[in-house]
Write a protein that binds this ligand. Structure first.
Ligand SMILES: *Cc1c(COP(=O)(O)O)cnc(C)c1O
Length: 449
């Protein structure tokens, strides 16, 4: 075991140390090379060190270097050193986080992280936090809590009775809501098409004047951090409207939530403290390893009752039972990495990391704009949308940037415009990486006619 784990650590370190020098998206040869892993499953197992060697030799080159400093696709963070180290340790622990009795440490670390986060984000005291696999499951879990709470008002126990014959729930979304919210609405049984879509402005923000009448059977799904523009719905207005109608507000804040801890950005998300449920990702901007997300629910009992059978939740162990707060029962100890990330950064370090990503995004936007390329969004956070001219030219620039390998950024379509998206979400990105990437983008864009 010792030699094997040392070897795995050595190979991992070599991988991480090579990240800066290698191309970001793997080469065609590396992708073809993976076929060496496609062997006939042997009757006799291989030596574990041989297995690790195969994975490293043919697997590592076929990875996307998103753990490195110049990956700007989607919204993808790397892994903070403390979070990765905690992940290794937690792998060795191999804890089942379902119950206090299966892992006291997993229960306690989630409890401690919960209180740190609720305090750090200035949410209502007593807000419950569920530890899930990402923002999609967090959106799903927020909706499950909402569904419980709204139907309970009508004397309907949805966990016992299901949705057939239940009083109707109206769901309101902004027209630029994320695909993940659509998925969550489908999974929860509300239906993707049975929603009221509120028109949005040119940044993707809900035009609140055009919201329908809300009532106590309405869930408003707002968004903090549009995946293209980084824009924020006006949560002050939305939560005020909802409060007077006794409606539920769920916020998809997969990456935008962190604006709250940076003094210059906090105004963007004012009002989130009045939301009923909030979904966020931890594997994005908090830079912990995949997979990790959180759901915050102000009404602790609504989250608990949505997740446990009515008899079980009455068991008062006096300890945190992690499965009360999330759809999964047996699962890994995600709280370990979150605890490590928060503790290693501290309040100041965390705010600095978020502010740094936004500063890098501004630099990208300025450098591109100065050269005459059009920035399609107001760069309020860490997202930049740039057009290089015609849709064909923009797509060709994106393709060549991927091929070049200095960085990676993806394409998108924003309100009828073809654009390249730059998302700065990694702790590892330095000013030097931004300058190097900007130079590569400009060089490539100039070469495309
Ligand atoms: C990334 C993202 C999601 C989905 O998150 P997963 O971690 O992939 O489940 C949801 N909403 C927004 C706004 C996002 O950016």
């Amino acid at each position: 075991m010792d030699a094997l784990l040392h070897e795995a650590a050595d190979r991992s370190l070599r991988y991480l140390n090579d990240l800066d020098a290698r191309r970001v998206f793997p080469s065609t040869e590396a992708i073809q090379g993976m076929e060496r892993l496609n062997i006939r499953l042997p009757d006799q197992g291989l030596d574990p060190s041989e297995v690790v060697r195969l994975l490293d030799e043919y697997g590592s080159p076929a990875t996307v270097a998103s753990a490195g400093p110049r990956y700007f696709g989607f919204v993808i963070g790397g892994s903070l050193p403390a979070a990765l180290a905690a992940n290794w340790l937690a792998g060795a622990w191999d804890q089942n986080s379902v119950l206090f009795s299966t892992s006291p440490v997993a229960a306690r670390l989630e409890e401690i992280s919960e209180s740190w986060l609720v305090d750090l984000l200035e949410l209502a005291p007593g807000t419950a936090v569920g530890f899930v696999s990402g923002a999609t499951m967090a959106n799903f879990s927020g909706l499950a809590a909402a569904r419980h709470a709204l139907l309970e008002r009508k004397g309907w126990n949805v966990e016992d009775q299901g949705l057939y014959g239940a009083p109707e729930i109206k769901v309101v979304v902004g027209a630029e809501y994320h695909a993940s919210m659509r998925k969550a609405l489908a999974l929860i049984g509300f239906g993707r098409e049975r929603v009221h879509k509120v028109p949005v402005d040119n940044q993707g923000r809900m035009i609140t004047k055009e919201m329908p009448k809300l009532d106590e059977m309405t869930i408003v799904c707002a968004q903090s951090g549009n995946v293209n523009t980084g824009s924020f719905d006006d949560l002050q207005t939305i939560t005020e409207k909802a409060r007077s109608a006794n409606a539920w507000v769920h916020v998809d804040a997969a990456f935008g939530l962190w604006a709250r801890i940076v003094p210059e950005l906090a105004h963007l998300i004012d009002g989130v403290e009045n939301a009923d449920s909030i979904a966020t990702d931890i594997h994005k901007w908090l830079n912990v390893p995949y997979d990790s997300g959180l759901v915050f629910v102000r009404d602790r009992q609504a989250l608990i009752k949505a997740n446990v059978s009515s008899a079980a939740y009455l068991i008062e162990s006096g300890k945190r039972e992690n499965y009360f707060y999330a759809p999964e029962m047996s699962r890994r100890a995600r709280g370990v990495e979150i605890y490590a990330a928060l503790l290693s950064l501290g309040r100041k370090g965390l705010a600095e990391m978020i502010a740094r990503g936004c500063k890098h995004a501004k630099r990208f936007a300025q450098g591109l704009e100065d050269t005459g390329y059009e920035i399609l969004n107001d760069v309020v956070l860490n997202q930049v949308l740039v057009s290089f001219g015609s849709p064909e030219k923009t797509q060709e620039v994106i393709r060549r940037i991927g091929e070049d390998g200095t960085l990676w950024a993806g394409g998108t379509s924003w309100q009828g415009h073809t654009a390249m998206r730059i998302s700065v979400s990694s702790w590892a990105t330095t000013e030097g990486d931004v300058e190097k990437s900007l130079a590569a983008i400009l060089r490539i864009a100039e070469s495309v006619k």
